[in-house]
Design a protein around this ligand. Structure first.
Ligand code: 5GP
Length: 198
């Protein structure tokens, strides 16, 4: 049985990384898809673990070679999902989690109808704004751009299959785990278990 492809989007400042770390800690059969990006590495990030940090030239070459399942430009940088690692994991029965923004998420849905589309929402817009302003690693202009971006991303939430609100990390984690579990119990994936062998 192939693994499930799980797409998670949510505006910057929603607490996505914390929720993802919590989900991964409680669900070992899940592989995080490491994206390629042209943005600069932030303190505490590791190349090859958080992202593959690449030049614009390398990114465009990957795109031209057809290596990316999806890609998008976000706040003046390119981001994309290397497809081979995703396919390899799914083929060996491992579920894969993509942490990507909505433009890319919708490209994935268009190519893979069975992708599970999750939107992680902040507890409220004011909380999101204060979190974005409180971040020390970005300039005021970058914060303003991220805020605009966040508003647009929230407007895309209705295109997803599920919305999880990150009021509390543990609750959001349990909701995501419950969604994955329910998806795995769908009739089309389980029917073979109750059919007689020919
Ligand atoms: P950050 O620069 O804060 O790590 O990520 C910015 C945004 O890019 C986040 O919303 C994140 O989900 C999204 N992102 C990360 N990797 C990818 C990717 O491979 N493709 C797309 N479309 N978005 C990505």
């Amino acid at each position: 049985m192939n693994g499930k492809l799980i797409v998670l989007s949510g505006p910057s400042g929603t607490g996505k990384s914390t929720v993802i770390a919590s989900v991964m800690a409680q669900y070992p059969n899940l592989q995080f898809s490491v994206s390629a990006t042209t943005r600069a590495m932030r303190p505490g990030e590791t190349d090859g673990k958080d992202y593959f940090f690449v030049t614009r030239e390398t990114f465009l070459q990957m795109l031209e070679n057809g290596e990316l399942l999806e890609h998008a430009e976000y706040v003046n940088n390119f981001y994309g999902t290397p497809e081979k690692a995703v396919n390899d994991a799914l083929a060996s029965g491992i579920d894969v989690l993509l942490d990507i923004e909505p433009q890319g998420a919708l490209q994935v849905k268009a190519r893979r109808d069975d992708a599970i589309m999750l939107f992680l929402a902040p507890p409220s817009i004011p909380i999101l704004e204060s979190r974005l302003r409180g971040r020390g690693d970005t300039s005021p202009e970058a914060v303003e751009k991220r805020l605009q971006q966040a508003r647009w991303e929230l407007s895309q939430a209705e295109k997803y299959d599920y919305i999880v609100v990150n009021d509390r990390v543990e609750t959001a984690t349990q909701e995501i785990l419950a969604i994955i579990t329910a998806e795995k119990c769908k009739t089309q994936d389980r029917i073979h278990r109750i059919k007689e062998e020919p």
